[in-house]
Design a protein around this ligand. Structure first.
Ligand code: PEP
Ligand code: MN
Length: 338
């Protein structure tokens, strides 16, 4: 429920109402605006009705939030959220390019790959240290040693880094090394993990589960937001459909939909979204054209020796070409590279 207070209401009036909301077992939200104080009350709708907030002399209007996700919805906040990632800002008119290998493999590999990202205008570094692989026999990642190597490259090239977290018990340890968490597709509905990163003070890139609806994706974001972490970036990375020609079906309609219904920034992963190197660049351009706030792409200095996802990784020449082709689309969408 959104409660808009009358123009002359004071902070004291807001406090009185907020404590009423809290006493009835609902979650109170305080959102002071330029013209009006807006309050929120989250929880059981019946409890809300019994409060009869509409009858209070300070209250101008009470309106329900119609979506199941509340705090991440545009109904709750009409302006775009901006998420600080290192020295860059994701959302609110910028287009952020994050790139790097699927997995951190060794010092030379992460260093050379990061150098490529930096040289051609990437703003952030990606790389997995804990890899959630479909097969237990595939490379599982270097774990904490990988984080050390990633932090080294991140500092050397001045690129903030993002890496996937797969276990709630790793959150505190990982915070020492990284600038943002990635929640992978396979963990989008790992609610304890969502709550754990929701209690951390690092931004979270939340990837869409491979068979998750948009509503489930936004409810996963709501889990993180509800723990107090507002720095969430949604990532469309393709879903499983009947189509087998591509690894996943990149749902760019979801990008436009989420931008319309939620205030959170949205980025696109054209690497996992297609699984095919040649399709990464066109889908990156399409991402910019449909209103995404950035992309996260896989880049490896030598994809043919990559320990994971080599088929969809770009080498230096491919990445340089992608960046060149992408810039006019970013400008046409009214965004600036940041
Ligand atoms: C990855 O980013 O390497 C990854 C495993 O992504 P996803 O969770 O989208 O499959
Ligand atoms: Mn990958």
């Amino acid at each position: 429920m959104i409660i808009v207070l009358k123009p002359n209401s004071t902070e004291e009036d807001a406090k009185t109402l907020l404590s009423k909301i809290e006493q009835s077992g609902l979650k109170p939200l305080y959102m002071p605006g330029v013209e009006r104080i807006v309050l929120g009350a989250l929880g059981d709708e019946r409890k809300l009705a019994s409060l009869q907030l509409g009858a209070h002399p300070c209250v101008e209007s009470v309106k329900p939030i119609l979506t199941s996700y509340k705090q991440v919805s545009r109904e709750m906040q009409s302006h775009d959220s901006q998420v600080t990632f290192g020295k860059t800002t994701i959302g609110g008119g910028t287009f952020t390019i994050i790139a790097g290998p699927c997995a951190i493999e060794n010092e030379e590999q992460i260093d050379k790959s990061a150098a490529i990202v930096k040289k051609h205008g990437g703003l952030g570094l990606r790389g997995g240290a804990f890899k959630p692989r479909s097969s237990p026999y595939s490379f599982q990642g270097l774990e904490e040693q990988g984080l050390i190597l990633m932090q080294q490259a991140s500092k050397k090239y001045g690129l903030p880094c993002v890496t996937e977290v797969i276990d709630a018990s790793h959150v505190d340890m990982m915070c020492k090394y990284i600038d943002a968490f990635q929640i992978g597709a396979r963990n989008m509905q790992n609610f304890r993990l969502l709550k754990a990163v929701g209690r951390s003070n690092k931004p979270v890139i939340l990837k869409r589960g491979m068979s998750a609806t948009i509503e489930e994706l936004l409810l996963a974001a709501e889990y993180i937001y509800n723990e107090g972490n507002k720095d969430i970036v949604i990532c469309e990375r393709g879903i499983r459909t009947f189509e087998k020609a591509t690894r996943n079906t990149l749902d760019l309609g979801a990008v436009a939909f989420i931008k319309n219904r939620s205030h959170l920034p949205v980025i696109v992963d054209p690497s996992h979204g297609t699984g095919i190197r040649e399709l990464v660049s066109p889908m990156a351009r399409a991402a910019a054209a449909c209103g995404a706030d950035g992309i996260i792409v896989e880049v490896h200095y030598d994809p043919k020796i990559a320990l994971s996802d080599g088929m969809q990784s770009l080498d230096e020449a491919d990445f340089e070409k992608m960046m060149r082709g992408l810039r006019p689309f970013i400008s046409a969408a009214g965004k600036v590279v940041a």
